[in-house]
Design a protein. Sequence first.
Length: 355
Amino acid sequence: MTAPLTLLIGTYTEGPSGLGAGLYRCPVVAATGALGAPRRIAALRNPTYLATHPALDGTLYAIEETAAPALVRLHLTSSGARVLQRRRLTGSGACHLAVSPDGRYLATAQYQSGHVDLFSLGGDGAIGAHLAAFHAEGNGPNPARQRGPHAHCVLFLTDPDVLAVADLGRDCVTLFDLAAGAPEPSANTARQIAFPPGSGPRHITRIAGSDDLAVLCELDENLTLLRRDQAGWHLASRRRVFPATPQDGAAAALRTGPTGLLYASGRSGHEIACIACPAGQAPKVIQTVPSGGHHPRDILLSPDGRLLLAANQHSHSITAFAVAPDSLLRQTPHRAEIGSPACLIWSTAPSGDLP
């Protein structure tokens, strides 16, 4: 019998919808989507984004999204999660983090202040030197949402070694070269890809089986493909993801499946879209379904791509969808109740180290 997957859930613990109590763990039967009861394993403040180490099983990193944000390193154990380190971050409102594929660097994005922090990681996963703090001035045309920079996503690219940052407030994706020794991101060396004014780039992901990058824009709810040629990265095509873009959009999470299809969540319409990205063509939305709740802040595919979970922040639930052979979504009856879920990732702890 196949062992269940272990889902890790970050929640909002403060604010208007902060009904969570920290970091949770939940068993999931991948074949059916059945979810067990979530159990709290660490009492963190607003752990709204999580990331695992690419080579060290059981090593987990979390941000605490507060006015004085922190980066936390944890070790997953059979009884819960043990906090090993806590480091203060620059600025305010941390919302995203990523670990480089080689395990050498960790980056965080602070939405409220627009800062990006870069840390070195030790061979044991320990958070090391603070290498850089990047901050660029600027704004966008939406006075309610773009009065200043709002770094919202960080992604490490490996060909060449680059840190990509989506800035919702400045309508751009910024690229920092990490190949030359100790990286020191600065406005003088960064390369910027400009997006349409008011689009609000939020989430970047790689597309499986392609050299393109996909960027989900929160404010205009468009998906943009970035393509690289000899001159560098550029906007290749754009497509509206959700059928009725509101005046103030709220597209949220973007994930890529093993076949190259993309899945995106839209909080305004409480829905999930399945998007095809044929080589050399514009993205095409092939399905849109209700998320099974309200305000789906995050979504997550199972490792085999046959299951998708949606974290419905405002209805305090996680819902399960089967991914059919044609890659379309079919909602299952399975769900788990949990206060204000914000982030979903799979645990990498060894099976013998789980309850």
